[in-house]
Design a protein. Structure first.
Length: 203
């Protein structure tokens, strides 16, 4: 069995991997995300994923031979990348701009094999259609605190799910990690996805 290290503090990414039979070690990178301000959405998501991956791969607590996965998501709206809003005022502005429209959730994925030093990376993109929510709904949602700390100021697997009318593409990517893409990256490094399974549940 190969060990996967998740270089992310996102509980949604961790739960998605666990649901897929993988229980990764979690090591938060602590990188300064402002270093890459000004980049286009795809370049920003990929660049941050690579930064996180490399920062963690060099840590002494990473198990020998582990695969290290870094991820970062942004929502592209009007050609601009929207990460975590952090404040209630910014989350409210985001939703006033997003409602009744569509955006593209871009997640950068970087995977590094500590045994060989080889790294591969790619982005996954999913179109998200937002409901035409009311001012009262925005106010109530922002008051929960949920949208303040997630890319694009929404979740599809939490309270924000009712405000997403549809997606085109990979649902898991919207949650924060594309299982299909990670499987492809794992294979490109010469490993099997099933090597990462820590649980094998009967159907």
């Amino acid at each position: 069995m190969t060990t996967l290290v998740l270089a992310s503090q996102s509980p949604a990414r961790l739960q998605t991997l666990r649901n897929a039979g993988i229980d990764p070690a979690v090591i938060v990178s602590g990188v300064d995300e402002s270093k890459l301000d000004g980049l286009a959405p795809r370049d920003l998501a990929l660049g941050l994923a690579e930064l996180k991956c490399r920062a963690v791969a060099g840590r002494p607590e990473v198990p020998a031979g582990a695969l290290v996965l870094g991820c970062d998501s942004v929502l592209e709206l009007d050609g601009k990348p929207l990460g975590k809003p952090h404040t209630a005022a910014e989350a409210t502005r985001r939703w006033q701009a997003m409602r009744g429209r569509s955006g593209v959730l871009v997640t950068g994925h970087a995977l590094l094999d500590t045994a060989t030093g080889k790294e591969v990376s790619a982005t996954a993109e999913t179109t998200v259609h937002f409901a035409d929510v009311t001012d009262a709904e925005i106010e109530a949602y922002v008051a929960t605190g949920e949208p303040l700390h997630v890319a694009g100021a929404f979740t599809v697997d939490g309270l924000g799910g009712a405000f997403v009318t549809g997606i085109e593409g990979d649902h898991h990517n919207v949650v924060g990690v594309s299982l299909t893409l990670v499987r492809e990256l794992v294979a490109s490094l010469g490993h099997q996805w099933t090597e990462l399974w820590t649980s094998r549940r009967a159907g």
